[in-house]
Ligand binder design. Structure first.
Ligand SMILES: [Fe+2]
Length: 221
């Protein structure tokens, strides 16, 4: 496999002709880029530049959910707060387009696999193709402990609705991340997350060499 190109606008990419109302993901991705530029100056600008460079979504069949945790999507969307209300509204309008997956039960155990769901929107196998970065949604049911894990990619989380506590290297946050909270994980930095009474809906992004297929080095600890 050739080495991934460095981050930054891809001169060969066609800038998505936004607003392209034929592409249901375009309005959502424009909003994501604006939030990341405003909230995460350096990392956010890099990811926003990548978003600007993606092509339109592939033509595709209707979406399918393979994740029981999507039963909690409505209750998470209902926890919308002003900081991210526009993004949450965009997720609600996309819900018929999202392919929700559950974690690999051999990594997390069956209980967690039934209470966490993720939907990749940009990535190697996502509706919007990219071999340079991944971006999607993470949904976690209430009272769920997602175990400590690590991976080779740089990672960003932006909480969209609900709340969750996070651990970095075994040290838990004293207060939960809420709508608008931003979190960065360095490559191979162990991290975990736990919901209590409320579900959590968050945006995630992966970038760097570890975001490339086959180089993820994902490991549950
Ligand atoms: Fe992670």
């Amino acid at each position: 496999m050739s080495a991934p190109r460095p981050l930054g606008p891809d001169p060969g990419a066609r800038r998505l002709a936004r607003p392209d109302r034929e592409d249901p993901f375009a309005p959502f991705l424009d909003l994501v880029a604006a939030h990341l530029r405003a909230r995460a100056k350096r990392e956010g600008a890099r990811i926003a530049d990548e978003i600007d460079g993606v092509t339109a979504a592939r033509p595709r069949r209707s979406a399918r959910s393979r994740a029981p945790a999507t039963a909690f999507l409505d209750s998470a969307l209902a926890l919308s707060a002003p900081a991210t209300a526009d993004l949450v509204g965009a997720v609600a309008s996309l819900r018929g387009q999202l392919d929700w997956m559950r974690p690999d039960a051999s990594e997390t155990g069956w209980e967690v696999a039934g209470r966490v769901a993720w939907a990749e929107i940009v990535g190697p196998r996502a509706p919007v193709p990219s071999d340079r970065f991944r971006l999607g949604l993470h949904l976690q049911a209430p009272r769920t402990h997602y175990p400590s894990h690590l991976h080779a990619a740089d990672e960003l989380y932006l909480t969209l609705a609900g709340e969750a506590w996070w651990a970095r290297g075994g040290t838990w946050s004293g207060t939960p991340d809420k709508a608008g909270s931003l979190r960065l994980h360095a490559p191979c930095e162990p991290h975990a997350t736990e919901t209590r009474p409320k579900p959590m809906l968050a945006l995630y992004a992966w970038w760097g060499p570890g975001a490339s297929p086959g180089l993820e080095a994902y490991r549950t600890l």
